[in-house]
Design a protein. Sequence first.
Length: 220
Amino acid sequence: MRKSREGFTLLEILIAIAIFGMVIGLAYSSYNATFHIINSAEEQTNTFAKARISMERIMADLESFYMGNEMFFKGKSKSFGAYNGDSLEFTSTAHIQLYPGDVSTGPVVIRYRVTEDPESDSLLLYRLESPLLKPDTTDKDNSGLLLSDSLKEVIFSYLDEDEQEKESWGDEDDTGDDSTLPSLIKISLRFNDNEEEGAGTLFQTAIRLPAAENVQTPSK
């Protein structure tokens, strides 16, 4: 008497393989989507952290604006392709202690400058400071403290006493009245965190200098 031999047919095996492939594909898609969300959240968190640190530093420096006899305030608009990377220079009593024993001896000149990042299609924002009474002591090769990277645009704009907005202030190219301080300073940082052309997370704030409306910049 012959015993029957049970087994899978070729069709059954192919169906099983197809079902197994579908399950693996769905699991991988879910896994990939989860990690994409995690990475996007981390990138967004990093962007917000960079914006917060940069804005708080700029605001703190401007809030400590030095209004002595040697005070000055200059802002210049500069373009990097289709986007702006403005610079800002002013006197302040704010000082960053970079190492132990680094004690401020008086007012300083603070400069914010933007350069292109050679390793990516973005801009870098630097902060430099030097003693007001000895401005030439700044190391010419020192680019300053890197405040933020991955920027697409840095814009400083200024309102005069008539609430007219200007792109520059206190510079020889400025057509406005550079004998007074701006009544309001607007700060805009756009980050290069979106692949879509023209997009990017934008952060904006504004600040008024202490007693700026009634203070005259001394002539030199």
